[in-house]
Design a protein around this ligand. Structure first.
Ligand code: NAD
Length: 249
């Protein structure tokens, strides 16, 4: 892939790079995107049954089982060259804020430090009633059931943001501030259909940032980006970092 000189220069000279990643960045590690995760055992279920408060209240065992399956899947995979390139970019850039919609922790496992988890984390457990974090060492009373919260006795749920739930306040504030402040904005492996994450692009664009999309497919926002690098993030990102920091212009 040929990376345009103007983009190479914008990245190299950036004061603050803001990156938004989505499920596509983890696809090459073998983590299915949301749609691809609705397969096999889970095919017959509606996403709203597996990823809403109401679905959990109706059938905690089913929802907990789906998340246990996803956790196991993530534990069996490794960060891919796209994750690694973003961790390297953090060390090379003047300043970088990485906002992820992913809940798999693969950016941190690749070495990224400053990560804003917009949709929570698969490996953090919370009390379903009160939302406080519960130690993951707490064991369930019966096989297959969610554990119970040591302080209130209610069920424990995965610490991810379900459909209809608010984004954690600190994550939202940090992401909006970064989108407003950055001079380069990268949207990577996200279908950009879900607000408020999708709206970060508009904030960055109206603040005058150079905007870049990296995606295997066309999205609803593709036509509005300054630069579009079409391809797999695990292939495009290492080339982008190489061209911005390791080659003469
Ligand atoms: P999405 O599934 O809606 O979109 C994924 C995007 O990535 C698509 O545009 C697809 O064309 C693109 N893509 C797929 N493989 C790619 C690759 N190798 N390189 C570049 N692009 C690629 O994902 P989303 O926008 O993140 O939204 C779905 C929601 O589901 C998110 O909110 C997220 O929290 C959740 N989710 C997270 C994980 C995870 O943590 N890994 C996995 C599934 C779903």
């Amino acid at each position: 892939m040929v990376i345009p000189d103007a983009l190479t220069r914008a990245i190299r000279e950036a004061r603050h790079i803001c990156v938004l990643t989505g499920a596509g960045v983890s696809a090459e590690s073998g983590v299915p995107t949301f749609r691809d995760a609705m397969v096999g055992l889970w095919e017959k279920h509606d996403p709203h049954q597996l990823a809403t408060r109401q679905g959990f209240a109706e059938d905690p065992k089913l929802v907990w089982g789906w998340y246990q399956w996803r956790r196991q899947l993530v534990l069996e995979v490794e960060p891919n060259p796209g994750h690694v390139a973003l961790a390297e970019l953090e060390t090379l850039a003047n300043r970088l804020t990485l906002i992820t919609q992913n809940v798999d922790g693969l950016h941190q496992r690749a070495g990224s430090h400053e990560v804003i988890e917009f949709h929570g984390n698969l490996f953090v457990d919370r009390c379903f009633e009160k939302g406080n974090i519960v130690a993951s060492s707490v064991q369930p009373a019966a096989e297959g059931e969610p554990p119970t919260c040591p302080s209130c006795g209610g069920f424990v749920r995965p610490g991810v943001v379900w459909f209809g739930e608010a984004i954690p306040e600190a994550a939202l504030a940090g992401a909006f501030a970064a989108a407003r402040d950055c001079d380069v904005y990268l949207s990577i492996g996200t279908s950009s259909e879900i607000d408020p994450a999708a709206g970060l692009f508009d904030i960055a664009r109206s603040s005058g940032a150079t905007t870049v999309e990296i995606n295997r497919d066309v999205t609803g926002q593709t036509a509005h980006f300054d630069f579009v690098l079409s391809g797999k993030s695990g292939e495009v990102l290492p080339q982008l970092v190489e061209s911005a920091y390791k080659q003469d212009l």
